[in-house]
Design a protein around this ligand. Structure first.
Ligand code: ADP
Length: 394
């Protein structure tokens, strides 16, 4: 599991790194492209300027008229005569990108014509360059952030899939083991029965067979119940129930070894009945008490309490067993989750018990809290409201 997680992190990390470098390169190339386009526009304007100079020369050459209103122009070594305003209009019509400036010397003598690029055009070109550069950089950053977010989302999703897969594999391992063991043991009991007719052995074999069948049927019941929760076909039957009596009868029916009642410390203190689904709450009690026995030393005591407050009722199961590490406290309520490695685990189980406990508590609009007992062990506290109505619950 840890190995798959590491591999997944490395693979996704590399993909994100590759995509981020590609994005960086892409944004950089676009910025460079924009700068080149700006330079090209300036070059086009300067080529146009040479063409305009030439046009003016040819225009003056063909239109030169020396009259009283004419101004004098000296272009290179040639002198031309033409009206300044008419010439300005002509240049402006043909070459609107340029300002027309006359550099004069003396009163009437117009010596040179200067054609600087119009300031607003220059400003527009430069602004376009800056805006586009900014746009590419922002786009690059946005896409980078999106890439990282997609990467993180993929990691979370795939991590969940890997975890579920590992848990399901664990579940298969556990179920196979759990189903095989009682079947094999029952088979052995029956084979022994077939061979031996000794009355003590017959009794022993029958009780062993029955215990194995109980184990099998509880496993099958849990799998079926989980499937019903998954496919949402559970139809709870709420009725007024004395929780204390239900706790007592459930504990009575449980097969927890001969010293069951000497280990159990039961304190029941409820006064009024509650709206509950009896068979579902009975599963909760069974699973929690069974776990308390499974994960504790064989001589340690287990407390089962019911406590009443103004609005709530609490069902509390306390053991002095191995406890559950802080990091696993939330996970133990997930489907198929079991603490530790499947191969090294001593206790049988499917990882469905606490998942069902949580689901059933939620159906009753209740809450389950897992805390540490001192010096060791777990405290499971289920809080149910006294005032729930059936239509609220269903
Ligand atoms: P399982 O069938 O494995 O007991 P559960 O869903 O009932 O499945 O419990 C999930 C896991 O939580 C168990 O495998 C066990 O590691 C841990 N666990 C549950 N109850 C206790 C407890 N009272 N003390 C210590 N560990 C517990």
């Amino acid at each position: 599991m840890r190995n798959s997680r590491l591999k997944l992190s490395i693979a996704l990390g590399l993909v994100i790194l590759y995509m981020l470098s590609a994005l960086l390169w892409w944004a950089f190339a676009l910025v460079k492209h924009q700068e080149a386009a700006y330079e090209k526009n300036l070059q086009i304007l300067s080529a146009k300027k040479s063409w305009a100079d030439e046009y003016i020369y040819h225009f003056l050459y063909s239109k030169t008229v020396n009259s009283a209103e004419s101004d004098t122009f000296i272009l290179g070594n040639d002198t031309f005569y033409f009206q300044k305003t008419l010439l300005k209009q002509e240049i402006f019509d043909r070459f609107p990108e340029f300002d027309v400036l006359f550099v004069t010397k003396g009163q009437r003598l117009v010596k040179q014509i200067s054609l600087p690029i119009r300031e607003d055009i220059q400003r527009d070109l430069y602004r376009t360059l800056l805006n586009k550069k900014k746009a590419w950089i922002y786009e690059g950053i946005t896409l980078g952030i999106i890439t990282i977010l997609i990467g993180v989302a993929m990691f979370v999703y795939l991590d969940k899939v890997i975890r579920l897969n590992t848990q399901q594999n664990n579940f298969l391992l556990a179920v196979t083991h759990e189903l095989k063991t009682p079947i094999a043991a029952s088979k052995l009991s029956l084979q022994t029965l077939q061979k031996s007719k000794s009355p003590e052995l017959v009794d022993k074999m029958i009780s062993m067979g029955l215990a194995n069948i109980r184990r099998l049927s509880s496993m099958v019941e849990q799998i079926l119940m989980a499937t019903r929760f998954e496919s949402k076909v559970l139809d709870p039957n709420f009725e007024e129930t004395e929780l204390d009596s239900l706790v007592e009868s459930t504990l009575e029916s449980m097969d927890l070894g001969e010293d069951k009642f000497s280990r159990l410390n039961i304190k029941l203190g409820l006064t009024k009945p509650l709206l509950l689904d009896k068979s579902l709450i009975s599963i909760v009690i069974k699973n929690l008490v069974n776990n308390a026995f499974k994960y504790s030393e064989s001589d340690s005591s287990i407390q089962v309490k019911t406590v009443e407050s103004e609005n709530n009722v609490k069902l509390i199961i306390v053991d002095n067993g191995i406890g559950i590490p802080e990091s696993e406290k939330k996970k133990v309520f997930e489907k198929f989750f079991r603490v530790g490695e499947e191969k090294t685990r001593k206790q049988p189980g499917s990882g469905l018990g606490l998942y069902l406990v949580k689901k059933i508590t939620e159906i009753h609009k209740g809450k389950i809290v897992l805390s540490d007992n001192k010096p060791s062990g777990c405290i499971f506290t289920i809080t149910l409201s006294k005032n729930i109505k059936v239509d609220e619950v269903v």
